[in-house]
Ligand binder design. Structure first.
Ligand code: NAI
Ligand code: MG
Length: 324
């Protein structure tokens, strides 16, 4: 299987190094091919997502992505649309030993990935800037169905739809109605909905009321970072972008220029992202072994700076390798 690896910018490169050490340790039928994209690629080639990289992604079985910087919209948002990986699966799961706001939290955010305000249709005429919010019945239905199928497969009990249909009556209204319709096909899974603003309140004050969340692209982006904060930060939040044909695996975080180049980024999100890729291809044991090694490392108090520890990225990675 061919994996197109795109480390990207900032800490993307640093955490990708860590994940690759773990992946290359396993004897799996993967062929890793490295490609460039991001701010540095833009400077070098005049294009943030060079044609060669896009073509390689289209020929691969999966893409493993680190992070882009200021060019994220032209790289990862574009890649998601180009490869039509419509479902962004973002597990928010507490890890033992992390001094987080909440313990034993286990929520999965399913974010629609191909439309909404992130479609990138913008105009500016005479000092009036506009962005088109595109919500289609087709994309709403496939993300809602994906969320319920996911809940069924993972034996989860509840799906919660987040929107703002009281204000955005057409776009969010369509999304809300489609979710309600799809929910009827899954009577064994309970279904409810909140307006996005109230949902943010509930996430902070009582996140245990959530199980699987389904929402539109930009709301999903925002609540993902918020929810990551509940379990200890972006250093712990992995994600998978799933479509009919393609899959892109990437951590929730970006290039984190505030800490880039210091070797202190937490590679856990990227490592858990690699585990999501392994599971996607059926290598469940290998994924579990790595996940357990990460958990054991953190539980024994060995942590990176974001979690209150003092290990550098490579030191933490070395500890994980030792425990496999
Ligand atoms: P960010 O996600 O890069 O960082 C937000 C905060 O979390 C920062 O304080 C950072 O230090 C911390 N953080 C993130 N990942 C961490 C890790 N693995 N270990 C420890 N701390 C971590 O978001 P920010 O700062 O808003 O954006 C930085 C750049 O990344 C921007 O140029 C932005 O456009 C880009 N970006 C790219 C994304 C992508 O490629 N998927 C997603 C989000 C932002
Ligand atoms: Mg984001």
């Amino acid at each position: 299987m061919r994996i197109a690896v795109i480390p990207g910018d900032g800490i993307g490169k640093e955490v990708m190094n860590a994940a690759m050490i773990l992946l290359e340790n396993l004897n799996l039928p993967f062929k890793y091919e490295f490609y460039e994209a991001g701010d540095e690629a833009l400077k070098k080639y005049g294009k943030a997502l060079p044609d060669e990289t896009l073509e390689a992604c289209k020929k691969s079985d999966a893409v493993l992505f680190g992070a882009a910087g200021e060019t994220a919209a032209d790289v990862i948002v574009k890649l998601r649309q180009e490869l039509d990986v419509f479902a962004n699966v973002r597990p928010i799961k507490s890890i033992k030993g992390v001094d987080s706001l909440y313990k034993d939290l286990d929520v999965v955010i399913i974010r629609e990935n191909t439309e909404c305000l992130y479609k990138g249709i913008e105009f500016e005429i005479d000092g009036v800037a506009q962005t088109l919010r595109v919500i289609t019945k087709k994309a709403s239905e496939r993300i809602a169905r994906f969320a319920f199928e996911f809940a069924r497969k993972e034996k989860r009990k509840k799906v919660t739809s987040l929107h703002k249909a009281n204000v955005m009556k057409k776009t969010c209204g369509l999304f809300r109605d489609v979710c309600r319709e799809v929910a009827k096909d899954y009577p064994e899974i309970s279904f409810n909905e909140y307006y996005i603003d109230a949902a943010c309140l509930y996430l902070v004050m009582d996140p245990y009321r959530f199980d699987v969340i389904v929402t539109t692209n930009m709301f999903g982006d925002i609540v993902s970072d918020l929810a990551a904060g509940l379990i200890g930060g972006l250093g712990l939040a992995p994600s998978a972008n799933i479509g009919e044909r393609y899959a892109i695996f990437e951590p929730v975080h970006g290039a984190a220029f505030d800490i880039a180049g210091k070797g202190i980024a937490n590679p856990t999100a990227m490592i858990l992202t690699a585990c999501m890729m392994l599971k996607h291809f059926g290598f469940r044991d290998e994924a579990s072994r790595i996940e357990k090694a990460v958990e054991d490392t953190i539980a024994s108090g060995l942590k990176t700076r974001d979690l209150g520890g003092n290990l550098k990225t490579f030191e933490f990675t070395r500890e994980v390798v030792k425990r496999i």
